[in-house]
Design a binder for this molecule. Structure first.
Ligand code: PAF
Length: 287
């Protein structure tokens, strides 16, 4: 596995691969790999000839009071894991190369970025859209893969690529969970054992919502009331938002007609966790 840090070198390697007619896939990450990342990598390998995994903790998507400074990092372990999975290139640009002095250009995906995580984390999606566009320009992959845990991010990135004519396919991949249901996240490492137990309220709420829908419930009011009750009963849990939205526009829906997405952001003491699921009138698959 090759490790490249310099954006020029990355561009050069990507150009070489494209010249050979190879299909390049990018999985953008902020490192501290877990099974969610590994599943993106494994999928990426199956759909292309060369898999690039970018590892960059992007300062532009963290607010001033957020966890940029303490975001978990373990490069040696990440290198080992990426090698084991068979990643072709680990791309690890530095902040000063991504945002050199004088840097002043940012991408704003307007309405999709405004509610939900965008409301609690002002500027977050501007930072995400900007760094993802830069990575796409540097690696020029044909396909980029993202996890569905960050569902709003996935929608923002798809919109950005479509609106700015980036010739790429953006693919979302299913959420990977711990055996007890907690969605994989690098931020799970912040949780104490008590908080880890309380954090299961997100998954429980999603499962309860699916069961409600399976038994005929459709209204947003009923579904969100059940969700809120479960989360509010967990010690230390505080709802940031619980929303039932149209899967494409992320606008609130009053009732499930066809498909809706249930999106949750919950503080467990000082750790903010997100999770989501599809709620469908017809499809009854697992969370
Ligand atoms: O989901 C993430 O890890 C990040 O938001 C991403 C897409 C790598 C952009 O920094």
């Amino acid at each position: 596995m090759e490790i490249i840090s310099d954006p020029q070198d990355m561009r050069g390697r990507a150009r070489q691969w494209r010249g050979l007619g190879l299909k390049v896939v990018l999985a953008p990450t902020m490192g501290f790999f877990h099974r969610g990342h590994v599943s993106l990598m494994e999928y990426g390998k199956t759909i292309g000839d060369r898999l690039v995994v970018s590892l960059f903790v992007n300062p532009a998507q963290f607010g001033p009071q957020e966890d940029l400074g303490r975001y978990p990092r373990d490069l040696d372990r990440d290198v080992r894991l990426a090698r084991e999975v068979g990643v072709d290139c680990l791309y690890t640009p530095e902040a000063k190369a991504m945002y050199p002095p004088g840097y002043q250009t940012f991408v704003a995906v307007e309405s999709l970025s405004q509610g939900l995580c965008g409301a609690s984390r002002p500027g977050h999606f501007r930072g995400v859209a900007t760094v993802v566009l830069k990575l796409l320009n540097q690696v020029s992959p044909q396909v980029a893969v993202f996890g569905e845990k960050d569902y709003q991010q996935l929608m923002v990135v798809k919109r950005m690529a479509a609106d700015l004519d980036v010739p790429i396919k953006i693919v979302g991949r299913p959420i990977v969970r711990e055996p007890d249901g907690l969605a994989m996240s690098s931020r799970n490492t912040y949780l104490t054992p008590e908080e880890r137990a309380a954090a299961l309220c997100l998954y429980r709420a999603l499962v309860a919502a699916r069961e409600l829908v399976a038994s005929g419930a459709r209204s947003r009011e009923n579904i969100l009331a059940a969700v809120r009750q479960i989360i509010n009963a967990a010690p230390g849990a505080r709802i940031d938002y619980a929303a039932l939205v149209d899967p494409a526009t992320l606008q609130d829906v009053e009732a499930i007609r066809g498909e809706a997405r249930l999106l949750l952001a919950v503080w467990v003491n000082k750790t903010r966790l997100i999770d989501n699921t599809l709620l469908s009138e017809s499809r009854l698959c697992c969370v």
